[in-house]
Design a protein around this ligand. Structure first.
Ligand code: BMA
Length: 328
């Protein structure tokens, strides 16, 4: 399948790596159906860690670590699942673990991993802590089903931890923020960004993609918007900017998508027409952003952009928006 040519008049914010997809099930040291939607981080020694979702032929997923010095090649993949369902102690993981998002939390000296625990009641959000991506301490379910697309902010805001997530309510699939004194008890739930309606590219269903990016102008959010057509759902990415001290305060929201499925590996797979990033790393220049994404729910791909370019783009294509805040 080949997509029609793109207009040369759109601004390009992300360039795909020429070696895409950079990781596939064929690279895995054990049998896997697909590898997708990795969380990402860079360790203190510069190693890129991808916490990859690996789906087996039952349809259940677990998480496995791939490490690389340059974040592109020579991946060392754990020979067995790194972080898999523990159904006896955590029945909420009965149908697997999906879509991890990693935040380094300096106060704890640990990485927080927010992931989808696929329970028999639907997908919920679970949280785990790790120092080394070898052993994990589970904090259990922090947002009950139906909820996903979650990531923790790296430090307390006004004394409280903050987490972004995407519950589905009768009003639709919007992005929410919630607060906690201890990472276990969550409340003060507020809508942060709403899906638009009608013909918009991000109508009806949106969700956080990778964790928020801290910039000198605020928290930059890359979010996914889902366009439902009679043929398929198309997963594309957009941008929004939030106040640094008060992250539920929207500053600007882009009116058009910045990245969408176009290459064959994004169009064809278990679920075609999907680009789905759960993680990024930032290069030593403090600006170059390596975005790791699941392509067509089947493989892992990489695209590179610039944080400053995204902020500049938001100045041109972003609109100030008043969001009505509603309590849960
Ligand atoms: C979302 C999540 C992702 C998946 C995407 C596209 O709801 O389940 O894991 O990549 O749908 O199928």
């Amino acid at each position: 399948m080949v997509a029609p040519p793109l207009s040369p008049h759109h601004e390009i914010l992300f360039r795909r790596h020429t070696g895409n997809p950079i990781l596939t099930a064929a690279d895995w040291p054990y049998a896997a159906n697909t590898v997708l939607n990795p969380g990402a981080t860079k360790l203190a020694d510069g190693t890129t860690v991808l916490l990859c979702r690996v789906e087996d032929r039952r349809g259940h997923s677990h998480l496995s670590v791939a490490r690389s010095k340059d974040g592109v090649s020579d991946w060392e993949i754990d020979p067995e699942p790194t972080f898999a369902a523990d159904i006896d102690r955590h029945p909420e993981e009965i149908w697997g673990l999906e879509d991890p998002r990693i935040t380094f939390v300096e106060e704890l000296g640990q990485y927080a991993v927010a992931y989808t625990s696929y329970s028999s009641g639907g997908p919920g959000v679970s949280l785990a802590l790790t120092e080394d991506f070898r052993s994990f301490e589970r904090l259990g379910v922090v947002m009950q089903p139906d909820d996903k697309d979650a990531a923790l902010l790296p430090y307390r805001i006004g004394g409280r931890w903050a987490m972004i997530h995407r519950p589905i309510t009768t009003r639709g699939a919007h992005i929410w923020i919630s607060y906690s004194p201890d990472l276990r008890h969550w409340g003060d739930h507020r809508i942060m960004l709403e899906a638009r309606a009608g013909a918009w590219w991000d109508a009806r269903k949106i969700g956080l993609s990778p964790p928020l990016i801290e910039t000198d102008r605020g928290w930059l959010m890359i979010y996914h918007g889902v366009r439902e057509t009679c043929d398929a759902s198309i997963y594309r990415l957009g941008l929004a900017l939030f106040d640094r001290e008060n992250p539920e305060q929207l500053i600007r929201r882009g009116d058009r998508w910045i990245f969408g499925p176009h290459e064959q590996y994004e169009l064809v797979g278990d679920v075609g027409n999907v680009v789905f990033p759960c993680g990024y790393t930032i290069a030593d220049d403090g600006d170059t952003l390596n975005l790791y994404y699941g392509a067509a729910d089947s493989t892992i791909a990489l695209a590179t952009g610039s944080v400053q370019a995204m902020l500049g783009w938001l100045d041109r294509y972003g609109q100030l928006e008043c969001v009505t805040r509603r309590a849960a």
